[in-house]
Design a protein around this ligand. Sequence first.
Ligand code: URA
Length: 213
Amino acid sequence: MARKEPEQTAAPFVQPDASLGELREAATHCTGCDLYKNATQTVFGEGPDDATVMLVGEQPGDAEDRSGHPFVGPAGQLLDRALVDAGIDRSRVYVTNAVKHFKWTVVRGRRRLHATPKTVEIRACAPWLRAEIDRVRPRLIILLGATAAKSVLGPSFRVTLHRGEPMPSELAERVVATVHPSSLLRIPDSEARERAYGELVKDLRKAAAGLEG
Ligand code: URA
């Protein structure tokens, strides 16, 4: 009979009474799933520990993996612009990811290619995200793309069906999913890309309406 693999989870690393700073330090040692093996470092969330708004992305990309900071690469730059256009001050927003290690596959020259995290990896990393939400207690959580949405709203959630809609959740007053900024970077046609950008800004503005950024 096949032996059942032990569940991969970050849970043993997440101390229930730890502060956000202590969690960030503990996460540097996380081996809760295999993704730490190929990543340079853990990329934990950043921002004020009393932020009103929390943005959740998928996982660090190449630039984030090297620098140790979330959303500093091309997707982050696009997100910065979208936040400005939506009237949301990023310095008052907590920015994090559903998965804290960069998952990548093929090396082409020096390029590491992003690979989408599997459901088991998203689930394994969820205790970190839950702990961040618990410490920051944001009023609004914006989920950027399918991985973040699945982590918080469950594996059957579809961003394409419910983007921009406030979803029922005990985690915050408002939880809204929209597309990931990197999906815009992959649109080859510049007019279509600008339209998609306008839709993202609209979702962000609507999600934050009436809340202090
Ligand atoms: N994409 C993400 O989802 N998160 C980052 O931090 C960078 C790119």
